[in-house]
Design a protein. Structure first.
Length: 294
């Protein structure tokens, strides 16, 4: 509809990335049986047709496009690598074994499952391994998990590489997970401003770790605290209702080795109650009648 109204290429539209990605995917699919065709050329032809603009304009417009939305975690941070990369601190020979306390915790977890369903404990045991190793999972920890559960290592790799809660690269002490999906982009001052503040204050980009190994910054999908947008998660805690000033305070507190108060920041809200005075539910709430014999 907007194309019918103003015939300009959709370079400023929210749908621009979706249109391009659909066109590229369709171009690749169509070229599967046409080896002589160039997928990129076909993608631009399909985009031109969708946008009702000349081919030359679409190609020039796409060449000048800067990404309108932030990169996803796997693309920018490498936290979602599909294959393992051997490094001196992450290989099969890396020393790893569960502590006695964690072995006891694993025993409690396994007691919840029948012997033939020990595989169901993969996620909680991997979580224990990750927390023990400082927030990320080396290959040796995954192999030890497989041995403890009586599984093939590949069965554990499949789980660890699928769920984004498992980090398979070294990270800093504090994993800053910035939500940049639509509610956080629109809430308060917007997650774009918060993200830029974090990047400037820490001196790193998304997917990088500070030189002192205190912070790693990544972007994540919706964390389910939309009513307190913009927000971020650092390790296990949520920090909500963020402003450029309060996010710097949180980061500085963590840098000093202290623990900032989680939840809404700035002292305006305690949880997720509405801003301002009440607008409804002024009457005293009475419980419905209950039978005397209950």
């Amino acid at each position: 509809a907007y194309q019918e109204q103003d015939r300009r290429p959709p370079l400023q539209c929210v749908q621009k990335r979706i249109v391009i990605e659909i066109a590229v995917d369709c171009g690749r699919a169509c070229c599967g049986s046409r080896k002589q065709q160039n997928p990129t050329n076909m993608a631009f032809r399909m985009w031109s047709r969708l946008a009702s603009i000349p081919l030359a304009s679409s190609r020039a417009g796409a060449a000048s496009l800067s990404r309108g939305f932030h990169c996803s975690t796997p693309a920018a941070g490498g936290m979602g690598l599909s294959s393992h990369k051997h490094t001196p601190d992450n290989n099969e020979s890396t020393p790893f074994d569960f502590t006695d306390e964690n072995y006891a915790e694993i025993k409690k977890i396994l007691a919840k499952y029948p012997p033939q369903y020990r595989k169901s404990a993969t996620i909680p045991v991997l979580d224990i391994a990750q927390r023990q190793y400082g927030g990320w999972l080396p290959l040796a920890a995954m192999n030890k998990t497989a041995k403890v559960l009586g599984l093939e290592p590949m069965q554990v790799y499949e789980v660890a590489s699928f769920y984004t809660m498992f980090i398979r690269e070294p990270i800093g002490k504090n994993l800053v997970q910035m939500c940049t999906t639509t509610p956080c982009q629109l809430g308060g001052c917007g997650s774009d401003i918060i993200l830029e503040t974090v990047k400037k204050h820490l001196g790193i980009n998304v997917g990088e770790t500070t030189g002192d190994k205190k912070f790693t910054l990544i972007e994540v999908e919706c964390l389910g605290a939309c009513v307190n947008a913009p927000m971020m998660q650092i390790n296990d805690e949520y920090y909500e209702d963020l402003t450029p000033e309060t996010v710097v305070e949180v980061l500085d507190t963590l840098a000093r080795g202290e623990t900032p108060k989680p939840g809404p920041q700035g002292g305006v809200r305690r949880t997720c109650e509405p801003y301002g005075a009440k607008t409804s539910l002024f009457e005293e709430i009475t419980n419905p009648p209950v039978r005397a014999d209950l």
